[in-house]
Write a protein that binds this ligand. Sequence first.
Ligand SMILES: [Zn+2]
Length: 290
Amino acid sequence: MKNLFGEKSQKKAFLGMTALVSAASIIFNSCNSKTDVKEFEKITSHEHPTVETVPKIKIDDESVETDKRIIYLTFDDGPNQGTENLLKILNKRNVCATAFLVGKHAYGSKRQKDDLDLLRNNPLIELANHSFTHAHNKYTDFYKNADAVVHDFDIAKDSLKLYDKIARTPGRNIWRLNNIDVTDIKSSAEAANGLKKAGYKVIGWDLEWRPSQKMTLKGSHEAMIKKVDSIFLNDLEKTSRHLVFLTHDQYLRDADSINELDMFIEKLQKSNKFVFRKISQYPKINEILN
Ligand SMILES: [Zn+2]
């Protein structure tokens, strides 16, 4: 029995270290939710007072150091070609992101179904709604019928088993939050209003990494980092100090694109100017819509 207790306390000490390491990594990658922070504080304040020197990044806007900017990495149209490469990059960089999923893509192939499970089971990833049909890529027709648009998002929500109603419109940079109302192509406004009325928080993007003609990432990570800096410098983001970044899983099929996105994230992290969050932490997104 002595051995057993000895083993147990050793194991407990090991688990304590594991909890510390993982709590610290949560703090450093800044993907923390409120409960993660509480858990971290509990561990640091009661069990391991010596680690109180670890800098704490709090998630409330007011308490983020004022020199930090917040980036929301978002990836559209998954599960798709490139999804597994995306996950490798995010895992390697230990950075959180949001996947705006297309419902029907989960039924495209066995691999896409499996990739949906990989996305769902990865704690770095948050899932959000990018419609069921992706408008069949016929956007003008799609947005003519507001009720059908809402229905399409409802079908995606149910089939993907999404818990909240954060949505992004296919082919349109539309925003419908309590404090942001933006429609890039006005003929889509009624459908966007319908989504808001149905309780969807519609979120667009501030910066897109667009594709080349070969559907790979266009341009270099250095150029994208300049764009990030420029948006903040010129105050072009929808919410001050918060930038929603968009690209697509399917641009991550070649080695160059994979490397460019990886370098982009690495350099943003190493600059120490930014923190990364999931889209459900965007300011005011959890307010009940009025
Ligand atoms: Zn899309």
